[in-house]
Design a protein around this ligand. Sequence first.
Ligand code: ADP
Length: 192
Amino acid sequence: MRLVLLGPPGSGKGTQAVRLKEHLQVPHISTGDLLRAEVAAGSALGREASAVMARGELVSDEILLGMLESRFSRDDTKGGFILDGYPRNLAQADALNTLLERIGQPMDAAVQLDVPSELLVERIAGRAQAEGRADDTPESVRTRLKVYSDQTAPVVDFFRQRGKLSVVDGVGSLDEVFTRIISALQPVPAVG
Ligand code: ADP
């Protein structure tokens, strides 16, 4: 199964991806985690990305595409993957489409986690206390939510137009949301 998780910061993509990875037995590819690993390693890429990430803006499409191409070249992605944090704008959606067509592994499904914005702010504030991520400042959170509505929300339509989108209610317990995602991924039985 090749799956994209869509949803604003705080919608629970990362948490659900970890469970889905166990369930589907495919790797979880989080572009946020890949970037944070570069920052932690102090690589040239990480040095370039860290200030942009701390502000809550998008790291360049070129950097992201390069990172993904190298991740998809690893054998563990041959049986599928869960992509979390990408694509974040229409250019990335197009680039992903082209890349996956080229390697003969088109996307199977996209799941959008739907969570009202008041709840997002509350969840991110809770996570900021627990994890102390550099980009969980109020200013950066505002920017990330705005970047989502301006640039990432159109990506939802990109998958909808291709008949790949399921919208899942992201409000509820972790188990409830997980169960909804799994049932959204079941093939719809043919009538008759
Ligand atoms: P969240 O969705 O909770 O804000 P992520 O861990 O997905 O957090 O991403 C953290 C930051 O990493 C983003 O704010 C952005 O700066 C950078 N980033 C992650 N994925 C991408 C991407 N696909 N394109 C550009 N920047 C990205």
